[in-house]
Design a protein around this ligand. Structure first.
Ligand SMILES: *Cc1c(COP(=O)(O)O)cnc(C)c1O
Length: 443
């Protein structure tokens, strides 16, 4: 069961070296056809990711074990329904796997109920909306350029076509969530659902306050903790679970658990959420992903994972301080989480140009719009950094300070990207991907 993608690429290379031809390689189910184009692309991606540092806030490096579980023979099963209520025989072991994932999710986050079947974070959100809204109902959610998410009722998403979305945002001065404005909007618009959480908001969110606003207008509260679920699991970020009627998340960001999504909810909504996921939105369960979720929840309950979550935030704060000490401006002047937003207007360049310059220097991060940004979505006036992936790789505060200095100098054009590339390559060699290093929290 060697499913690590490097090994797949290696297997193809080995077959080529042994002179295996497509004809001679066909075996049984035809699973050993040598695919040179695919092997080249997989190997290319492996080399790229090993030789660069990913500061993409939504990325992480899954452990070998997670990759093996996701690539296992569990993929053969086509199963619908829930444990004990399947539409096929032979589900005794699959039921154990899903029940483990459910029980561990409930224990880890202190939830009443968990549905571990959503194929993605977006599907988890859709399940919440299907469970509690009718088409045309109003939801109050954070504006995309203030840090929200596409699946929170934006026009280009099915969520914006199905439901009426009213947007809230951050305060112009503090660039933190304007709760008074949310209360006013809630009073005026009478939403059925208030949505919090997003993909580019660096600060803690006051879930208790949001719940009291929701209660004051008879709305339900949905918190999408896709980005910070791993920090919550590790005890490094406040948990929304006691306050929100629904909490959703993805596994591949700070959770470092492979792919897929989860819905947690309070007891009165359990049946509606399960019905929304199946048969409402999905049919067959992606069993290998459910198994990987079960493993991720076990890992996330360990002290090593708690240390990882704390280190992720310490790294983000070290990167933020390093940038600000050199005169850079960050949205909200810093971060409480794994991510930060750097305003690049002071360098006289766009977010897209900053993204490219840093990529040339070996650092992957993405252009992002800032609150009240007037530049187009594909350009942006900032870049977003996240530290989940580099922390999994074993990097610490002193590396973050190095990266801050190099990134600032590259953006200010006092250091050529090639020079930064050399330093980044040296760090990458010293901290290779997916070594089993306990102190990096790589389990
Ligand atoms: C990443 C993200 C999602 C989407 O998750 P997918 O698994 O990519 O569909 C949803 N909500 C938020 C806030 C996210 O950051």
């Amino acid at each position: 069961m060697h499913i690590y993608h490097g090994q797949i690429a290696g297997r193809f290379t080995d077959m080529a070296n042994r002179g295996v031809t497509p004809e001679s390689a066909v075996n049984g189910g035809g699973c050993l056809i040598f695919d040179e184009e695919l092997a080249t692309a997989i190997q290319g991606e492996l080399k790229r990711s090993e030789g660069m540092l990913s500061f993409v806030a939504s990325e992480n490096h899954a452990s070998k074990t997670t990759i093996e579980i996701q690539g296992s023979m569990l993929t053969d099963r086509a199963i619908e329904g829930y444990p004990g209520r399947r539409y096929f025989p032979g589900c005794e072991w699959i039921d154990k796997i899903e029940t483990l994932a459910i029980r561990r999710a409930i224990d880890l986050f202190g939830a009443d109920h968990a549905n571990v079947q959503p194929h993605s974070g977006t599907n988890a959100n859709l399940a919440v909306y299907l469970a509690c809204l009718n088409p045309g109902d109003t939801m109050l959610a954070m504006d995309l350029s203030h840090g929200g998410h596409l699946s929170h009722g934006t026009k280009v998403s099915i969520t914006g076509k199905m439901y009426r979305r009213v947007a809230y945002g951050v305060d112009r001065q503090t660039e933190t969530i304007d709760y008074d404005n949310i209360a006013e909007l809630a009073e005026k618009e009478r939403p059925k659902l208030i949505v919090a959480g997003g993909s580019a908001y660096p600060r803690f969110i006051d879930f208790k306050r949001l719940r009291s606003i929701a209660d004051s207008v008879g709305a339900l509260l949905h918190v999408d903790m896709a980005h910070f679920a791993g920090l919550v699991a590790g005890g490094a970020y406040p948990s929304p679970v006691p306050h929100a009627h629904f909490t959703t998340f993805t596994l591949y960001k700070t959770m470092r658990g492979g792919r897929g999504g989860v819905v947690l909810c309070q007891e009165p909504f359990a049946a509606a959420v399960d019905k929304a996921v199946f048969p409402g939105l999905q049919s067959a369960v992606l069993v290998p992903f459910v198994a990987a979720k079960a493993y991720a929840f076990k890992v996330a309950a360990t002290d090593e994972f708690k240390a990882y979550a704390r280190q992720t935030i310490a790294n983000a704060q070290a990167l933020a301080s390093g940038l600000m000490a050199r005169g850079a401006r960050l949205v909200s002047n810093g971060t409480d989480s794994h991510l930060l937003l750097l305003d690049v207007t002071q360098f006289g360049i766009t977010g897209a140009e900053a993204e490219q310059a840093l990529y040339d220097g070996g650092i992957v991060c993405n252009r992002n719009r800032l609150p009240f940004d007037t530049s187009p979505a594909g350009v942006g006036s900032g870049v977003r950094f996240g530290t989940s992936a580099v922390t999994s790789r074993g990097l610490r505060e002193d590396h973050m300070n190095d990266v801050a200095g190099l990134a600032f100098d590259v953006l200010a054009k006092v250091c050529p990207p090639e020079k930064m590339r050399e330093r980044v390559a040296a760090i990458c060699r010293e901290y290779p991907l997916r070594v089993d290093r306990q102190d990096a929290g790589l389990l």
